[in-house]
Design a protein around this ligand. Structure first.
Ligand code: GLY
Ligand code: MN
Ligand code: MN
Length: 483
């Protein structure tokens, strides 16, 4: 049975007889009283919405959740709302495809496709909304109680968007979230890409500083991620034994992500041996071999959609070789230097510069890099990037690469402020094919990644419960595997 079989595939659809249509509507018990607790985030979302309204005080601001995205033919990906919608409503579950939040004149309205009576054909024939297909949906009243928003039926959206906007205001929409609603806005207003991009940046920038709810979610995401990492460590011998151990690792972590949260926050990178040198190795089809390293970059996304993003590089046999330890210690020193630079008032880029100075110094000391330190760190140099081509930090939160549409002057060119959450994730990647690298180092890829909250006087490591130095990692693995 496929998702849209009911309405969209006449070649497979069995027509509904009149007898069925009559019979299916009868003899159902009332819906049970909704037991769902109002969202805990309701104490925070009004301030977030107000902040956006304050930036565009006269405007009608349209923030769609978005709909299903096609995977293949009539099969879609699991629904995930647009991050701006989730941030401003607190919603992150699967019952709001096609919902739209509209903010105007200090008021917020949620346009929502609520459940219909079981006498409506949607009950049995709609694969997107029908109770027979996706389970019972909330009523408008239930949704309002749950979100503390004014909730209106989505059938009113078109007319309400078409009503005149205040003469000094604009109609704006989050671009790229929902093609149908965006087309409607374009039809009503014409294209105004600048206005929409301005809104998009503002929505991203609104998340640069996290509120107390978000920080708590990030603490919880890191705790759930630790559970996933420990489950992987416990199962490394099994992953070695089975072959295609990278897939086994991905599966074990994914199991815990689905169990403890909504999903993985991004595709798990389970990279063993030389695969660790491929930055986004998500094919994960390799073996785990004793003596090699496993670079595991993974994060649990909670039901609220907040995700951790942690990397540990683990010796598959439980002990680092001397060469692996040498590279590991260099990356750790770089990470510590990056963390030490993370404080309010520092430039965002200071963290990266502090980390890569340490990486480059090691490359010079090891005789791998044939230019001096200042030259390689200069804009005209940059040779060290052959072994660490990525940045050291990104913002993290409801998206793994959170705030990605924030303007450059506030992101890469920005200043760290209390309440920001960023990663610190330097690495060194010596590919097996790199002829500039001593043989003992070839095939070693190491990244260490933690998630830190900028505080009033420095930072707090949200993933501090993950052992970090080489001895602590070895002791951790031995302890988890002996449980
Ligand atoms: N896991 C992707 C990243 O670290 O940015
Ligand atoms: Mn990261
Ligand atoms: Mn990562």
């Amino acid at each position: 049975m496929t998702k849209k079989a009911a309405g969209k595939l006449p070649n497979r659809m069995v027509p509904y007889s009149q007898a069925f249509k009559t019979f299916i509507c009868q003899d159902w018990a009332d819906y049970p009283v909704d037991q769902r607790e109002p969202c805990a985030v309701n104490a925070y979302t009004p301030a977030r919405r107000q902040a956006i309204q304050d930036l565009f005080p006269d405007d009608r601001i349209v923030i769609p959740a978005g709909g299903f995205k096609q995977r293949s033919n009539d099969c879609d990906y699991r629904f995930r709302p647009h991050s701006a919608f989730s941030h401003l409503t607190g919603l992150g579950e699967d019952f709001e495809p096609d919902a739209v939040l509209v903010i105007e004149a200090g008021q917020a309205r949620l346009y929502f496709h609520a459940r219909v009576p079981r006498t409506d054909p949607e009950f049995y024939s709609s694969a997107n909304y029908g109770e027979m297909w996706v389970g019972p949906r909330p009523s408008l009243e239930e949704m309002s109680r749950y979100t503390n928003l004014t909730v209106v039926d989505s059938s009113q959206l078109n007319a309400d968007l078409a009503a005149p906007v205040k003469s000094t205001g604009k109609l704006r929409i989050t671009p790229g979230a929902d093609p149908k609603v965006e087309a409607l806005v374009h039809a009503l207003r014409g294209r105004d890409d600048d206005a929409d991009r301005e809104l998009e940046s503002a929505l991203s920038e609104l998340r640069l500083i996290k509120d107390a709810y978000e920080i708590d979610q990030m603490d919880q995401a890191c705790a759930a991620t630790l559970t996933g990492f420990e489950a992987v460590i416990a199962d490394i011998p099994e992953a070695v034994r089975r072959g295609r151990g990278e897939r086994w690792v991905e599966g074990i972590f994914g199991l815990h992500a689905r169990h403890l949260g909504n999903a993985v926050g991004y595709d798990t990178i389970a990279a063993s041996g030389d695969h660790g040198c491929t930055l986004h190795w998500i094919r994960n089809d390799g073996d785990l071999r004793p003596g090699d390293l496993l670079l595991l970059d993974a994060g649990v996304e909670l039901d609220s959609l907040y995700t951790a993003d942690v990397t540990r590089t683990l010796p598959i046999s439980g002990k680092f070789t001397p060469a692996q330890r040498k590279v590991y210690d260099a990356v750790l020193a770089a990470q510590q230097a990056g963390m030490d630079a993370a404080k309010p008032g520092a430039a965002f880029i200071d963290v990266h510069q502090a980390a890569v100075r340490v990486i480059a110094q090691h490359l010079v000391d090891w005789g791998i890099l044939d230019v001096d330190l200042e030259e390689t760190l200069s804009d005209q140099g940059g040779q060290f990037r052959r072994w660490m081509v990525h940045g050291t930090s990104h913002h993290l939160g409801i998206d793994v690469h959170d705030c990605a549409q924030a303007r450059r002057k506030l992101y890469r060119g920005g200043t760290l402020k209390a309440g920001m959450i960023i990663t610190v994730e330097p690495g060194i990647y010596f590919k097996s094919t790199d002829l500039l690298v001593p043989e003992e180092f070839r095939g070693i890829g190491i990244r260490i990644e933690d998630d830190i909250l900028i505080t009033q006087d420095g930072y707090r490591n949200l993933s501090a419960d993950f052992p970090r130095d080489a001895d602590a990692v070895e002791a951790w693995m031995a302890q988890v595997q002996s449980r």
